[in-house]
Design a protein around this ligand. Sequence first.
Ligand code: RB5
Length: 149
Amino acid sequence: MTIAKRIVLSSDHAAIELRKAVADHVTAQGWEVVDIGPTTPESTHYPIHGKAAAEAVASGRCQLGVILCGTGQGIMMAANKVPGIRCGVCSDTFSARMIRQHNDANMLALGARVVGEGQALDIVDAFLTAEFEGGRHATRVDMIEADNS
Ligand code: RB5
């Protein structure tokens, strides 16, 4: 059986355009996109959208998630409240690679008012192509998760 490569995307109003660019980008790479973010520009509340996306990952419906708001910070904080979620905000590709390799992050947060589209898509690529290294890093990730139980 083939396991679907499914990714959840969400954002608040500040990042609708960048979310669309991320959706197109990862769709072209073969990911099945579950886009649960708002489609109209009215002001909305990032905690709602961060939590909903995080629940899609925590439930196993999606393997990974990318969430966006103005800075990436608020929606990251909301996502990390959901048990099993490890989400980091990244503005550079090195961090995006490392949160997968060392922290086994399952969600990436981006700030649409911080990074331009080209940089954002490079960050997404770094996040999606890196793999968790396990070993001593697994011990540390287990320590994070133990505090959730
Ligand atoms: C919305 O104006 C803004 O506060 C939000 O997108 C985000 O940057 C919060 O962390």
